[in-house]
Design a protein around this ligand. Structure first.
Ligand code: YXS
Length: 259
């Protein structure tokens, strides 16, 4: 079964996450199909891409595939991790990616959705940032992406509590473009795509690249980066990290001991 469906409607690419049985968890296999679909859309010179799940899902994506998080002392979110590769693939697409969201969004899927250029969502949508719930040391580039999308007080509340945040607050804080009823969601996303298709594609590509490059340009000394990496490695080498993964697999609340 294809984990990702893809089709082209006029000048718009439409990519559908298609693994509701696993709540569209961002597994290596799903990410490979997602990146292949994005590459194909680029080759076919679409003017924008809509990233969606199947209509009526309760979960847009449950985030990183937690069963694939390593417990062998390897960085769980290293540069070549599937989630990291998917985020970069969306960020470097030369055309806007429109996240069309219904259902709940969890963990790394929040960063994936917020990396999209435009987001439209139904009133039932929630976003939950879950590293602390699983004991995962989120990576520096990922945090920078989240900082570019979410103001510090709300970002810290989401990270410190891992609680799902209702979409009204998400809209209030400018993290998404529109909230529309479910029956209007697809038409709204397609209308955005159609308007973008009327613009100069070279200008659109420049705007996306320039804004993304400027947002990511935060100087960080080698020593500071290594200090943060050292803090992260202490976590992914910790008992608590292994407990977080184990608790997920055993479908029970984690019991963290701070070691
Ligand atoms: O037991 P089966 O085989 O049917 O599979 C179940 C779940 O194990 C599976 N599934 C996942 N598999 C891998 N990774 C996941 N993240 C994941 N989430 C779900 O999907 C099948 C149906 O799940 P179930 O029965 O729980 O569905 P539900 O409708 O009752 O509940 C949906 C959720 C999303 C509320 C629930 O599945 C859930 O809480 N999932 C975990 C959400 C989460 O904490 N995601 C963060 C993953 S880690 C991540 O993204 C980053 C590394 S970080 O943590 O740093 O942000």
């Amino acid at each position: 079964m294809a984990l990702v469906l893809k089709r082209i409607d006029g000048q718009t690419g439409i990519i559908t996450l298609n693994n509701d049985a696993k709540r569209n968890a961002l597994s290596r296999a799903l990410i490979e199909e997602l990146i292949a679909a994005l590459d194909e859309m680029t080759e076919r010179q679409v003017r924008s891409v809509i990233l969606r799940a199947q209509s009526g899902v309760k979960v847009w994506s449950a985030g990183h595939d937690a069963t694939e998080l390593p417990t062998s002392g390897r960085d769980p979110l290293g540069y070549d991790d599937p989630l990291r590769r998917a985020v970069r693939a969306i960020a470097t697409m030369p055309v806007p990616v429109i996240a069309m969201i219904e259902g709940t969004v969890w963990g790394g899927a929040c960063e994936l959705a917020l990396t999209c250029d435009l987001l439209v969502a139904t009133p039932e949508v929630t976003f939950a940032l879950t590293p602390a719930k699983l004991g995962v040391p989120y990576n520096t580039a990922g945090f920078l992406n989240l900082m570019n999308a979410i103001e510090p007080p709300l970002l810290k509340e989401m990270l410190f509590t891992a609680r799902p945040i209702p979409v009204e607050r998400i809209l209030y804080h400018g993290m998404i473009n529109q909230i529309v009823p479910g029956e209007d969601l697809e038409a709204t996303a397609l209308q955005l795509a159609a308007t973008i298709a009327e613009m100069s594609p070279m200008c659109i590509a420049l705007i996306k690249d320039e804004l993304g490059t400027l947002a990511a340009s935060r100087p960080l000394s080698a020593e500071t980066f290594e200090r943060l990496q050292g803090l992260r490695s202490r976590i992914y080498d910790s008992q608590d990290y292994r407990e977080g993964i184990r608790s997920f697999l055993e479908k029970r609340p984690p019991r963290f001991r701070g070691e």
